[in-house]
Design a protein around this ligand. Structure first.
Ligand code: GTB
Length: 216
């Protein structure tokens, strides 16, 4: 059964693969599953039909037969549990991959989102200049710890897994800030992930939406 996901009709990330449909697209590409995309405007995201799928009026959502899900992590977990390629068969290794998915979402992502949102929305605030270094330091603290754990390994725990997929997606939020570049093994980790054909297909698919919206 072909799943349908939702994505921004006009993404504020301007085709940089930062909106959270990216990890869902990437997961589906990794496991070789085709998918349909329903593009939604901000107004449509807040209308009853979409709120029935997503109580918070956001993207992404995922519909597969009678199943409807929201939350990118839960969706990636569903995809990983349904098809080989994202979660190890060994039960302990699978739990560790899921642990890294949670770590990406719950431990590494919050300071990154706080920093990037502040840079986007709070530049004109009088306290911006004093707050920003504190936010950046919190990100650097997390990246130092992650960098120490990754060491010289290619992936966080053995083969590439849904844990790496979620972690790389979170690290990419730092985009052009240059911060990831200060941690050469993390920069190489992100580049390694971006070199995966599945990542490239997912990126191209969401980029095509931006191009189409820019050149109607
Ligand atoms: N925890 C949820 C999940 O992981 O699925 C969070 C979902 C979420 O934040 N969705 C955002 C959304 O729908 C889009 S991805 N926002 C609209 C709203 O809340 O009204 C977040 C996002 C937005 C923009 C950029 N960007 O411009 O770079 C990056 C990421």
């Amino acid at each position: 059964m072909t799943a349908t996901i939702t994505a921004f009709k006009a993404s504020p990330d301007r085709g940089r693969g930062l909106a959270r449909d990216m990890q869902v697209r990437w997961a589906l590409e990794e496991v070789g599953q085709p998918y349909d995309v329903r593009l939604v405007t901000f107004a449509e995201m807040k209308a009853p039909a979409h709120l029935a799928l997503h109580p918070f009026g956001q993207i992404p959502t995922y519909e597969e037969g009678s199943l409807s899900l929201f939350e990118s992590g839960a969706i990636v977990l569903r995809i990983g549990e349904s098809h080989p390629g994202l979660l190890p068969a060994d039960r302990d290794a699978r739990s560790r991959a899921i642990m890294w998915m949670f770590a990406a979402q719950a431990t590494v992502q919050p300071p990154i989102v706080e920093l990037t949102m502040s840079a986007m929305l709070e530049r004109d605030e009088p306290w911006f200049a004093t707050r920003q270094p504190r936010l950046e330091q919190a990100v650097r603290d997390r990246l130092s710890q992650l960098s120490a754990r990754l060491g010289e390994a290619d992936w966080l725990d053995g083969d590439f897994s849904a844990g790496d997929l979620m972690m790389v997606t979170v690290l990419r939020r730092l985009g052009s800030s240059g911060i990831v570049g200060d941690y050469p093994n993390l920069a190489a980790y992100v580049a390694r992930a971006e070199a995966r054909p599945a990542w490239a297909r997912a990126f191209a698919a969401q980029r095509a939406v931006f191009e189409a919206a820019s050149n109607p």
